[in-house]
Ligand binder design. Structure first.
Ligand code: ATP
Ligand code: FE
Length: 351
């Protein structure tokens, strides 16, 4: 079936057309320019922009795929978690389209979209271990099926992408912070400044990143009061130290998550990564090494599918439809929706 996916839970409006695992088109319109002057995503502005842009994305996705709206067999839409105004814009448009076309509607958990993404491009059997690291999320999941997720732990405060973005802001580097911090860190000495490795002394898979930001602020201010400003090399060393701390924390907690995951005795053990921070080369390198050492396959989807997009929503929705499940017009937008709470009430056989 031809599935139209819609995504509007944060600051990207997106539409995609999928047939099976074939991505016919995937259109993403970001809102960075709209929020730049406020130093963060403004929910009201985001909601309004989604309402204005989502239908444009749909038009563009149809044109790029070379299909008509009437050819669409089902609508999949992000129903949460996320900024409620944006999620509502998507859900309302999806309901309108599904009603107008007389096709099934399915609401998808945004995190399930990220978690299932590696299966869109690779033959990856369940259960696999997923590290979801983005601007808004950081968690370990055992993915047992399209609706079956076990959460092993996650951040108790900031997400790593958010920490990268704040680091860039504190050092006067451009947004999004991930790429600019990674870039600056290339000529940096990771050992010049001491950064904490939060929560490593505690058992379990929970993580914390807010202390890193505080440490960075303190080191930066010390340098400024000593020297009257930051030199290029100072920035590089701060970025390298910060990035190494994020890497160390993520790698150690991933090692613990692997222990829990392997206790299930998966036939073909694999670690998959998703979310925008999966773009980080230093982190990827360290996780590749860890997987080799522990005998796990490492799966990293193409970057375009790692950040927010609608192809992953169409794919996750397709998996529910394939199980005979869908929603009706009572589908509601959920600002909070933990993955292991299951799907929003679905209709159908669930075969
Ligand atoms: P979410 O997906 O959690 O709803 P989001 O839209 O903020 O929120 P993504 O689009 O998945 O998240 O990813 C964006 C984040 O990824 C930003 O915080 C950005 O700084 C970070 N990021 C991008 N590239 C890199 C990189 N090379 N290194 C580290 N972080 C990166
Ligand atoms: Fe996301």
């Amino acid at each position: 079936p031809l599935i139209l996916g819609l995504e509007s839970s944060c600051d990207d409006s997106a539409a995609a057309l999928l047939r099976g695992t074939q991505i016919l088109s995937s259109v993403v319109r970001g809102q960075n320019a709209l929020h730049a002057q406020f130093g963060g995503v403004v929910p009201e502005i985001a909601a309004r922009a989604h309402a204005e842009t989502l239908d444009v994305c749909v038009e563009a996705a149809l044109a790029e795929a070379g299909v008509t709206l009437e050819a669409v067999d089902a609508i999949a839409v992000t129903a949460g978690p996320g900024l409620i105004g944006g999620v509502l814009s998507g859900v309302m448009l999806a309901k309108g389209l599904a009603t107008g076309l007389g096709v099934p509607l399915v609401g998808v958990n945004h995190l399930a979209g990220h978690a299932l993404t590696p299966r869109l491009t690779e033959d990856l059997p369940f259960p696999y271990l997923m590290l979801l690291v983005s601007g808004g999320h950081c968690q370990f999941l055992i993915v047992r099926g399209p609706q079956d997720f076990a959460r092993l732990g996650g951040t108790i405060d900031d997400a790593p992408g958010e920490a990268f973005d704040k680091t860039a802001r504190l050092l006067g580097l451009s947004q999004p912070g991930g790429p600019s911090v990674e870039d600056a860190a290339r000529d940096g000495d990771p050992d010049r400044f001491r950064f904490p490795r939060p929560l490593l002394d505690r058992p379990g898979c929970d993580l914390s990143f807010s202390g890193l930001k505080t440490a960075l602020l303190r080191q930066r201010d010390a340098l400024i009061s000593e020297q009257g400003g930051l030199k290029r090399q100072d920035r590089a060393d701060l970025c390298a130290g910060f990035q190494a701390a994020v890497r160390d924390v993520l790698v150690e907690k991933t090692a613990r998550a692997i222990d829990l995951y392997l206790a299930d005795a998966p036939a073909a053990p694999a670690l998959a990564i998703a979310g925008g921070v999966a773009a980080n080369g230093v982190l990827r390198g360290a996780l590749t090494g860890l997987c080799t050492a522990r005998g796990l396959r490492f799966c990293a989807p193409p970057l375009k599918l790692c950040t927010d997009n609608a192809a992953m929503i169409a794919y996750a929705g397709g998996a529910l439809l394939e199980a005979g499940l869908h929603h009706d017009m009572t589908l509601s937008a959920r600002p909070r929706w933990p993955l292991d709470a299951g799907a929003a009430p679905l209709i159908g056989s669930g075969k």
